[in-house]
Design a protein around this ligand. Structure first.
Ligand code: SD4
Length: 322
C-alpha cells in the first residue's frame, strides 16, 4: 500500500514537473511581436511614424516614445496637447507629462507653462534630478535652466475657443473631444525592452492648478519591464481613483492578456461609479512583453494607432463597455 502511494506521488511529481517544463518551453518559444508601438487616438499615427523611425533601426523604446509624442506636442492644430492646447479657465495653457523606461526610471512635470515639449522636460527630471515629479513654476525654472525655450503656447485659435467658452463658463468634461485627447504611447523595442510616455494639456478650461492622471506614474502611465506597459486617456480623476495604468499592469502580472487587463480596469470604474461611468470617457491601452496588445474604453469612439512589422501604422477603434 505504502509503496504504491509512494509510486503514485513520485509519478505525479514527475508529471507536474514535466508540465511546468512544457509551460516554460511554451512561454519561451512564443513569438514576440517586436518592435511595436501603440498610442492613443487618431493623432497616434503621426506620433507612431516618428517613433517607428527609431524602433525599426533597433533603437531604444524610451527614445522612440519621446520622439513620437513630440509630434502632437509641437503641432499647434492639436488642441489637447502641447502647443495650441486649450487653456485652463483663466486662459493659461498648463501641461502635464510623464515618461518611464525599462529600469523603472521615471520623470514627470505637472502644470508646466510655456514649454512646447513637456515630455522632454519630464525626461530631464528623470535623468538629471533625484526626483520624479516637478510642478508649476519649479518645473518651468528647471526647464529654463536646462536650455528649454519659453514660448507662448496659447494660439489664436485656442484663445478664440476659450473666449467662446467664457460666455457660459460651463465646467463639464466632454467625451471624445474632436476624437483626440491626451497622447499616451507605449513601445516594445527590438531588445524587448519597454518604455512609455504620456502628455497632455489636460481637461480644457480646468480649474487653475488642476492636474489629471497623465503625469502621475501609475495612473496615466506605468511600465514594468518584466510584465508590460499601460497608458490611459479620458477623465483623469477617474483613472487616478483606480491607479489605472498600474492596475492594468498588475492584472497582466496575474496572468491576464492585455485585452482582458484593460477590460477589467474599465469595469472597476463602472463598479465604483455605476451612474457617472455612463457619462464620461476613459480608455486604456496595454502591451505585454510578447508584444500582444489590448485596448478598451468606457464609451464608443476611443481610437488608437498601432505600428509593427505586421501592422503598418493603422487606426483601430477600441471595444467599449457601453
Ligand atoms: C486628463 N487624461 O488631464 C487627461 C486628459 C483629459 O479629458 O483631460 N481628458 O485628465
Amino acid at each position: 500500500m505504502k509503496t504504491s502511494r509512494r509510486k503514485f506521488l513520485q509519478s505525479s511529481t514527475i508529471l507536474a514537473s514535466l508540465a511546468s517544463v512544457q509551460r516554460l518551453f511554451a512561454n519561451n518559444t512564443k513569438p514576440v511581436n517586436k518592435p511595436i508601438v501603440i498610442s492613443t487616438w487618431n493623432f497616434g499615427v503621426g506620433a507612431n511614424a516618428e517613433a517607428w523611425k527609431i524602433l525599426s533601426k533597433g533603437g531604444r523604446a524610451l527614445d522612440a516614445v519621446e520622439a513620437g509624442v513630440q509630434v502632437p506636442e509641437g503641432d499647434p492644430k492639436e488642441t489637447s496637447v502641447g502647443l495650441g492646447g486649450l487653456p485652463d479657465r483663466d486662459g493659461r495653457v498648463t501641461l502635464d507629462a510623464c515618461i518611464m523606461d525599462e529600469f523603472s526610471n521615471c520623470g514627470a512635470v505637472a502644470c508646466l507653462e510655456h514649454i512646447v515639449h513637456p515630455i522632454s522636460v519630464a525626461r530631464k527630471v528623470m535623468e538629471k534630478t533625484p526626483h520624479v515629479l516637478l510642478v508649476g513654476d519649479g518645473a518651468l525654472q528647471f526647464a529654463l535652466a536646462n536650455g528649454f525655450k519659453k514660448e507662448n503656447l496659447l494660439t489664436a485659435e485656442s484663445e478664440k475657443k476659450w473666449k467662446e467658452w467664457l460666455r457660459k463658463s460651463e465646467y463639464k468634461p466632454i467625451v471624445n473631444i474632436e476624437n483626440h485627447d491626451t497622447i499616451g504611447m507605449i513601445a516594445l523595442g527590438t531588445d524587448q525592452n519597454l518604455a512609455g510616455a504620456c502628455t497632455t494639456s489636460g481637461m480644457a478650461y480646468k480649474m487653475r492648478g488642476r492636474v489629471g492622471d497623465s503625469p502621475i506614474i501609475g495612473a496615466g502611465l506605468f511600465v514594468d519591464n518584466e510584465i508590460g506597459a499601460a497608458t490611459s486617456t479620458g477623465l483623469g480623476e477617474e483613472v487616478i481613483r483606480i491607479c489605472g495604468s498600474h492596475l492594468v499592469v498588475e492584472l497582466m502580472r496575474q496572468g491576464n492578456l492585455p485585452q482582458q487587463a484593460c477590460e477589467l480596469a474599465v469595469k472597476r470604474i463602472v463598479k465604483n461609479q455605476p451612474g457617472k461611468s455612463k457619462e464620461i470617457q476613459v480608455g486604456f491601452l496595454a502591451v505585454n512583453k510578447n508584444g500582444e496588445i489590448g485596448a478598451y474604453a468606457l464609451q464608443k469612439g476611443f481610437t488608437y494607432a498601432v505600428c509593427s512589422n505586421d501592422v503598418p501604422n493603422k487606426i483601430f477603434e477600441a471595444k467599449s463597455f457601453y
